[in-house]
Write a protein that binds this ligand. Structure first.
Ligand code: AMP
Ligand code: ZN
Length: 489
């Protein structure tokens, strides 16, 4: 089956083919580590994780690189303002390096809580200052740079297709825009490659360079590190939609001006998560964190489930009521699957139980084949996870309608594959929960029912319940479910 993804660069759904199959080079822009990531940021990392898991399900080998922006960049896209890291360091009475280390660890913990597969390579901007200087030198030697008052800038007028990712109207920008202009900056879209440390100021993070002491601009770290680890042209680069007009546009400018080659083949961008009142952000003071959700009693994976219920290119308006609904749906899914696992384990480990059940002819392909293919098709059609989840539900309903425990093991195999993409930890371990005397109780109860001794049969039901299991009398015989209060699952 072919994988189709929406490429921001072409503004089209395209068939995905890697440059060097079976490898796929994937670069995802990481966090600026001066604060905790909020659930809006984390929505973008969940979308990227789904992309990666779908690639893996298609048998690609994914080389995933994520950066950590630990250089203190300035608080506006226009290269002016205060340094975020140093500002936070002063506030917390720490130094900039300590702030970066602390929030990097916090971010990695958030990824773990959301069951996001970590990248193969984490790269810190501060560990790659030389690579960034080398890239600026390359741009300088090709005539793409100039010196302004506060740094070395990229001259965007020298690159004929500057702004192609965002479809930027450069002439319109020149005529209309009123950006905070730095003295000596030639065009509104020009951006800093290297910033000078201000005269008389000792910054906590600064490095020597051919242009004087200072620190790299933001975009250059991603251009330099992605090309170092994935090559000058690589397959996929992602981020949130806010990165399209400035950050990714400028990464493309830097990389393509330096190499003369196309930088990235597929650009994917995730839509924002917002609150009713609008944008969520550190500066708006309304940031919701994973720890906030946990304090309110939510499982972080219910947030993952909520995110998967909206296509990644659509906005999410977040509120706690929808998160509560997501948590309920996720718990229902998990208990349905735990009951399938229970029946599979009973049949595998207790062959005597099989004799208690009536036969039925259930054909896996006839009953489920089309649904399983629809799940795959949804994932492979621009990561349509709402559709994939709908198919998962249809799949489970079919099982419940058929009471199809002969196929339980095959169904669980399929669910394992589906969950390898969804990442919701849907499959519990049940086997250890089955008490040794469960089957003999079922046997005795069967005998009492044949004798029509309903009193004894009910007593036995009570005994089984006290072990944490519900007995259901179905056309196929006595089947078991895990009792809601059985917290071991
Ligand atoms: P930052 O740490 O600000 O560079 O952001 C990290 C990632 O989160 C980037 O890919 C941003 O595009 C993304 N992002 C920021 N805010 C939101 C939001 N409200 N919803 C979704 N993604 C976001
Ligand atoms: Zn980046």
């Amino acid at each position: 089956m072919s994988l189709k993804i929406y490429n921001t660069l072409s503004r089209k759904l395209e068939e995905f083919t890697p440059l060097n199959p079976p490898n796929v080079g994937l670069y995802t822009c990481g966090p600026t580590v001066y604060m905790y990531a909020h659930i809006g940021n984390l929505r973008t990392y969940i979308f990227e994780d789904i992309l990666k898991r779908v690639l893996l399900a298609n048998n690609y080998k994914v080389d995933h690189v994520m950066n950590i922006t630990d250089v203190g960049h300035l608080t506006s896209d226009a290269d002016t303002g205060e340094d975020k890291l140093e500002k936070e360091a002063t506030k917390e009475n720490k130094n900039a390096w300590e702030i970066a280390a602390f929030y990097t660890a916090a971010f990695q913990k958030d990824l773990e809580e959301l069951n996001i597969i970590p990248p193969d390579i984490w790269c810190k901007a501060t560990d790659h200052i030389n690579e960034q200087i080398e890239l600026v030198k390359r741009l300088e030697s090709k005539g793409f740079t100039y010196r302004a008052d506060d740094g070395i800038y990229f001259d965007t007028s020298k690159l004929s297709d500057y702004g192609k990712l965002a479809g930027l109207d450069i002439e319109g920008l020149k005529a209309g825009i009123r950006v905070e202009m730095v003295a000596g900056k030639k065009n509104p879209t020009d951006f800093a490659l290297w910033k000078f440390s201000p005269v008389g100021v000792k910054r906590q993070m600064e490095w020597d360079s051919p242009w004087g002491k200072g620190f790299p601009g933001w975009h250059i770290e991603c251009a330099a590190m992605s090309m170092k680890y994935l090559g000058e042209t690589f397959d996929i680069h992602c981020g949130g939609i806010d990165h399209i007009p400035v950050h990714h546009t400028n990464e493309i400018a830097e990389a393509e001006a330096a190499t003369g080659k196309p930088f990235v083949r597929y650009w994917l961008h995730g839509e924002f998560l917002e609150l009713k009142e609008g944008r969520m952000g550190k500066s708006e003071g309304n940031a919701i964190l994973i720890s906030t959700l946990k304090e309110k009693g939510f499982d972080p994976l219910s947030y993952r489930y909520l995110v998967l219920n909206t296509h990644y290119r659509k906005k999410i308006e977040f509120d706690l009521d929808s998160l509560a609904a997501a948590q309920t749906s996720l718990n229902n899914l998990k208990s349905t699957i735990a009951n399938i696992q229970l029946m599979a384990d009973l049949l595998t480990y207790y062959p005597n139980y099989r004799a208690l059940l009536k036969d039925a002819a259930n054909n896996f392909e006839a009953n489920y084949g089309a649904i399983v293919r629809a799940f795959d098709e949804a994932c492979n059609t621009d990561l349509n996870m709402p559709q994939a989840l709908a198919n998962l539900n249809i799949f489970l309903n079919k099982y419940q309608e058929k009471l199809d425990f002969e196929n339980a093991n095959e169904i669980l195999n399929v669910l394992t594959k589906m969950d390898a993409i969804l990442g919701l930890k849907l499959l519990p371990k049940v086997h250890e929960l089955i008490p040794a005397n469960l089957i003999s109780l079922l046997n005795s109860r069967q005998a009492k029912r044949t004798e029509k001794n309903w009193v004894e049969s009910d007593n036995l039901r009570g005994e089984i319940e006290s072990l944490g299991f519900l007995v259901k009398d179905t056309p196929r015989g006595q089947i078991l479910e895990i009792k809601g209060e059985n917290k071991n699952v």
